[in-house]
Design a protein around this ligand. Structure first.
Ligand code: BDR
Ligand code: CA
Length: 315
């Protein structure tokens, strides 16, 4: 059983990743550390608690991390995720509270108390993880694995022409994390943009009338409108659940070991992730990059698990 911590900025697709983690018997979700990103830190925390309540999982600890990027000014994404971060979904105010531990302290404690056991899945800007590395560098060797949803290697950006949101929102944090020496898998837009949840998929879920399926429908309706208006995509790309799925189904993707860097030089390519395919810089690979994916296998798995979770939580 893999022990998972999700570092997250919920966020529509983040909330789907949390639900997928709860629906997956192969893994044990040990906690959430919250970071700024799709919405403010306070809103993201409320969202995380409400989603756990929706899925009857309030026993999972939520630790509040960093409100701002390391160097850059704050960048939120209301056009993508709506003003509350959850599109048109309206969840009730959570009845639970986050832990008193800061998100970085929570990460350090959990990783150091179970060396080689924790798989950290980062699906927001990398601020919490960069600071945790600076605070306690031994987490680098104590982590089992780090899976990062972020970057665009051979793919166009979704925030600038070149840069992906999580990387662009805190490129300096990404720079620290990419070069820290942690066994890392990168899940960039190259693969996540193949994973489109369609209205038909959502209609299939709605055949089960439950708070969980209605939540998914209301949240993704907003996300689909964004994808249509900004990118001409019919449906919505569910980036973060793919990164989570790779913890228990790595065969969904094909990978290449690569030296990967992120541009922090401050020009038009700020936040661009660069894969050195021909090793011009003569550097060793610092991560495994997912560059191929079987999207329908993933979407089918996602739908089946959401159906099971919806049934379980309405019983
Ligand atoms: C990433 O940015 C956010 O909008 C999503 O939640 C995802 O983590 C995709 O670029
Ligand atoms: Ca996210």
């Amino acid at each position: 059983m893999k022990h998972i911590i999700l570092d997250t900025d919920p966020g529509i697709d983040d909330s789907l990743a949390i639900l997928l983690a709860l629906a997956s018997p192969e893994i044990s979700l040990e906690g959430l550390s919250i970071v700024h990103g799709n919405c403010s830190l306070a809103q993201a925390t409320t969202n995380a608690l409400s989603i756990l309540e929706l899925a009857n999982a309030t026993h999972i600890p939520v630790a509040v991390g960093c409100e701002l990027p390391l160097v850059q000014p704050s960048l939120l994404a209301p056009e993508t995720h709506g003003n509350t971060g959850l599109g048109y979904a309206k969840l009730s105010e959570p009845r639970t509270q986050p832990t008193r531990r800061h998100g970085c302290d929570f990460l350090i404690e959990r990783i150091m108390s179970a060396p080689d056991e924790v798989t950290l899945v980062a699906i927001g800007p990398l601020t919490n993880i960069a600071l945790a590395i600076r605070q306690e560098p031994r987490i680098v060797n104590a982590l089992n694995e780090l899976i990062i949803m972020g970057g665009a290697i051979r793919y166009e950006g979704n925030t600038t022409a070149l840069a992906e949101f999580n990387t662009y929102a805190d490129p300096h944090a990404a720079h620290i994390v990419y070069h820290a020496g942690i066994p890392t898998t990168l899940v960039p837009l190259d693969v996540t943009y193949q994973c489109v949840l369609t209205q038909r998929d959502v209609d299939r879920l709605l055949r089960l009338d439950s708070p969980l399926t209605r939540f998914i429908a209301d949240a993704t309706r907003f996300y689909m409108e964004f994808h249509d208006a900004y990118q001409g995509v019919q449906g919505c790309v569910i980036n973060d659940p793919l990164a989570l799925a790779l913890t228990f189904a790595p065969e969904l993707c094909d990978y290449q070991e690569l030296p990967v860097d992120v541009d922090i030089s401050g020009g038009v390519s700020l936040g661009k992730t660069i894969g050195d395919f021909y090793n011009y810089n003569k550097k060793p690979a610092n991560m495994k990059v997912a560059l191929g994916v079987r999207p329908r296998d993933f979407i089918e798995m996602f739908l089946e698990r959401m159906e099971k979770l919806a049934q379980k939580t309405t019983q």
